[in-house]
Design a protein around this ligand. Structure first.
Ligand code: SAH
Ligand code: SF4
Ligand code: F3S
Length: 473
């Protein structure tokens, strides 16, 4: 059987499990005389968030009801992240708190999944210190969630199902979208880049692209369902299509998505600088729908450190690329990720990073403290830097990033922009918050009816990283 046929078979097997588990849950609810509730917590990136939507989709399909309070749920699912150690520590902390809750609610089940679960040391720790966890699975088999829930209810021991890798891409299972008007869309899974500090290739497996036809079908369906903005997700979208039989490139895929009626905004992440093509710049420049935002992770501005990170570009080639993008698409926002404290890093290396920040003038950046990840090449490098070094230099980087971002944001004050309204303002219920094409936020007077609509807004005031605005018609 070829891969496609196998995936289709697995899909129907899982749909059968959804029915079977639905029956099981219905019987449980009858016996209890009440509903069963769930809560999914996402700890990681946008891909992790998209996986959580798939978990919720299956849970709702089998008859669970979502509630906002994790402690009160009958089924708590932690979709974990392990990219930096603080994400792991948060999971252990929350698991500790849940122990007491589980004693109070006899029905409570706890499941752990996501990237952290792909690490053997984590599984050992959970088995020995958190034996009250009911189900553990990984990143490669979330499509089996209904089947795993069935097994969990049939078993009185901890159920563990972790796959090392997979070539399966199971399509067409239920998904419960968080927003009605925008959606993430996986275009590829895994990563083959092996940046020396990064654990993602070990926990997400080898790079696999979805068939263009499947992606287009999914986005057409989303559009019919009212979605206006899609975010195409992959660890390195620029290598999309490699390994597919009649593989198309990422820019070609973008052109196909542009044709889909009803989709008004297209975003994507992440773009690795090493293989961002002129074709991509050209397609972005000529597109009416691709947002004016490019996330282009730098990690370090020092060519020496970039080499040790296995990033396959230099300070100069990165600067040349950023300059070309700014020249071709002048209104684009460029954002980035920076790591401070990589093994062997010196004050001079940090100076190089700051130089790049000043030259590219990022519109925004995430600055991370280097976190040692067991099993990655950087973890066994001898020249690990001290906490003092990080303390001394982290703020220098952060301040430069913030100053440049403010310089950039202020340039748009008083301009008129299209804004997709996303939610009621957190602090003032008479206001709503939306996003510009360049991904910055704006707050305007308005009510719930505006959510999901694209409106024209005058940016009246810039407050550093966001704007206050007025709707103009
Ligand atoms: N695939 C994306 C990044 C995914 S991880 C890319 O290559 O751009 C998101 C960010 O986490 C990375 O860009 C990096 O800045 C940061 N990161 C990854 N591993 C890290 C580590 N060990 N310590 C600190 N930050 C890390
Ligand atoms: Fe990690 Fe590098 Fe892959 Fe990004 S490209 S996920 S940083 S290994
Ligand atoms: Fe994402 Fe964290 Fe996994 S960043 S890919 S959830 S390790």
């Amino acid at each position: 059987m070829d891969n496609k046929a196998e995936n289709a078979l697995e899909n129907s097997r899982q749909l059968e499990y959804i029915e079977k588990t639905k029956e099981l849950i219905a019987n449980k609810k009858k016996a209890l005389g009440r509903e069963l509730t769930f809560h999914v917590t996402t700890f990681g990136c946008q891909m992790n968030a998209r996986d959580s939507e798939k978990l919720s989709g299956i849970l709702k399909a089998i008859g669970f009801i979502e509630i906002p309070d994790e402690d009160k749920a009958d089924f708590v699912i932690f979709n974990t992240c392990t990219v930096r150690d603080n994400a792991n520590q948060r999971v252990y902390g929350r698991l500790g708190t849940l122990k007491a809750q589980k004693k109070k609610n006899k029905e409570m089940k706890i499941a752990l999944c996501g990237c952290m679960m792909q690490e053997e040391t984590v599984i050992e720790k959970i088995k020995s210190s958190y034996s009250y966890v009911n189900l553990i699975f990984g990143t490669h088999n979330i499509f089996k969630f209904a089947e795993l829930i069935y097994t969990m209810y049939e078993s009185d021991r901890m159920v563990i199902d972790i796959w090392k890798d997979t070539d399966k891409i199971v399509e067409d299972l239920p998904v419960d979208r968080k927003y009605p008007f925008k959606s993430g869309v996986n275009i590829m899974f895994g990563c083959n880049n092996f940046c020396t500090y990064c654990i993602v290739p070990y926990v997400r497996g080898r790079e696999r692209s979805r068939e263009p036809k499947e992606i287009i079908n999914e986005i057409e369906k989303l559009s019919k369902d009212g979605v206006k903005e899609v975010m195409l997700l992959g660890q390195n979208v620029n290598s999309y299509g490699k390994g597919l039989d009649n593989g198309i490139s990422f820019p070609e895929l973008l052109k196909e998505i542009e044709k889909i009626e009803g989709i008004e905004r297209i975003r994507f992440m992440t773009s690795h600088p090493k293989d961002l093509s002129d074709e991509l710049i050209d397609v972005m420049k000529n597109s009416k729908k691709i947002c004016r935002h490019l996330h282009l992770p730098l990690q370090s501005g020092s060519t020496r450190i970039l080499k040790a990170m296995n990033r396959h570009y230099t300070k100069d080639s990165y600067l040349a690329l950023a300059e070309k993008i700014r020249r071709e698409i002048p209104d684009i926002a460029i954002t980035t990720d920076i790591i401070v404290g990589f093994p062997g890093e010196t004050k001079e290396d940090i100076d190089e990073t700051i130089d790049v920040i000043n030259k590219v003038k990022y519109d925004g950046a995430f600055t991370f403290v280097y976190s040692k990840r067991t099993g990655t090449p950087a973890a066994s490098m001898e020249n690990q830097v001290t906490e003092e070094f990080v303390k001394e230099h982290f703020d220098r980087v952060l301040n430069t990033v913030q100053e440049r971002a403010k310089d950039r944001a202020v340039l748009k004050t008083n301009s008129i922009e299209d804004v997709l309204i996303e939610e009621i303002n957190d602090h003032d219920a008479t206001m709503v918050t939306g996003r510009l094409s360049n991904n910055l936020c704006v707050h305007v007077k308005g009510t719930e009816e505006l959510i999901g609509k694209i409106v024209t807004v005058k940016l009246t005031e810039c407050n550093g990283f966001y704007y206050m605005g007025e709707i103009v018609d």
